[in-house]
Ligand binder design. Structure first.
Ligand SMILES: *[C@@H]1O[C@H](CO)[C@@H](O)[C@H](O)[C@H]1NC(C)=O
Ligand SMILES: *[C@@H]1O[C@H](CO)[C@@H](O)[C@H](O)[C@H]1NC(C)=O
Length: 242
């Protein structure tokens, strides 16, 4: 009865109320940053989801290449699915490696790209629902200290620095990767994401986006920029007339 009363007086905080992210970067990595772009894409992805890896290769990488000089802002938001049981540790590990590389004179965008690419490329080493599951007989700490540490080393983070940053994966240290990785998950869950990859186009979720290929995305980005130039030109004209 008391519990019920307390629940009525202090409603349990749940969906829709994720923690306020400490930094924008704690809930997503800006891979392409163009403040003036009229097109913004978010990709919610899981490092051990093969469809996320496919979209990374077929959509994200070509878009980064095509729009590197402007017109697109692209954010990658890690969303580790609970039923891919190495995913949360992959996301924590990736965060630790990105922080290491970006504190060593790389931009966050460059570091996040290199690290995400390495995880997707080496995905079959830790994707847990393969048959046979390559990590079936490994402990959580073995997966981290062998597979994820190898990925860290492959992109230039020393094994010892990686192990200090991630520990055995249950790292509740406020400065470690655990809290922001959890915040990123809550952020996405509160926005209704439940599968990967999930894209937004200028902030909007739409099932139609699941079927867009690189040509469809490119057309949309070009149309968005053309439309905004049109509006800009019309505004200029109004100013010139007044
Ligand atoms: C860091 O980057 C800047 C700008 O690219 C460069 O001038 C500087 O030498 C770099 N420092 C190190 C330690 O690499
Ligand atoms: C895990 O251990 C079981 C039992 O020894 C064995 O049958 C299986 O092949 C092992 N799996 C892998 C991926 O090593």
């Amino acid at each position: 009865m008391l519990t019920l009363l307390l629940a009525l007086v202090f409603p349990i905080r749940c969906a829709g109320q994720p923690p306020i992210p400490v930094t924008a970067q704690s809930v997503g990595y800006e891979l392409l940053e163009d403040a003036a772009a009229s097109a913004q894409i978010e990709m919610f992805g899981d490092f051990s989801c093969d469809e996320t890896a496919a979209a990374w290769g077929n959509i994200v990488k070509p878009l980064l290449e095509t729009f590197q000089t402007g017109g697109l802002s692209l954010i990658f938001r890690p969303f580790p699915l609970p039923y891919h049981h190495n995913s949360f540790d992959a996301a924590q590990s990736a965060r630790a490696i990105i922080e290491h590389l970006s504190s060593n004179n790389n931009s966050v965008a460059k570091a996040a790209f290199v690290v995400a690419d390495a995880f997707f490329t080496q995905q079959t080493r830790f994707m847990s629902w393969q048959t046979p599951n390559p990590t079936a007989n490994m402990t959580q700490s073995e997966v981290i200290t062998t597979i994820f540490a190898d990925i860290a080393v492959s992109v230039g983070m020393p094994r010892t620095s990686f192990q200090q940053a991630v520990g055995v994966g249950w790292n509740t240290n406020a400065n470690g990767p655990f809290s922001p990785t959890r915040d990123a998950w809550k952020y996405a869950a509160a926005r209704g994401v439940c599968s990967t990859p999930t894209f937004t186009a200028n902030g909007v979720f739409s099932e139609a986006l699941d079927d867009w290929d690189i040509a469809a995305w490119t057309d949309w980005i070009q149309a968005a920029n053309a439309a905004s130039h049109q509006v800009y030109a019309e505004t200029e004209q109004i100013h010139a007339q007044s």
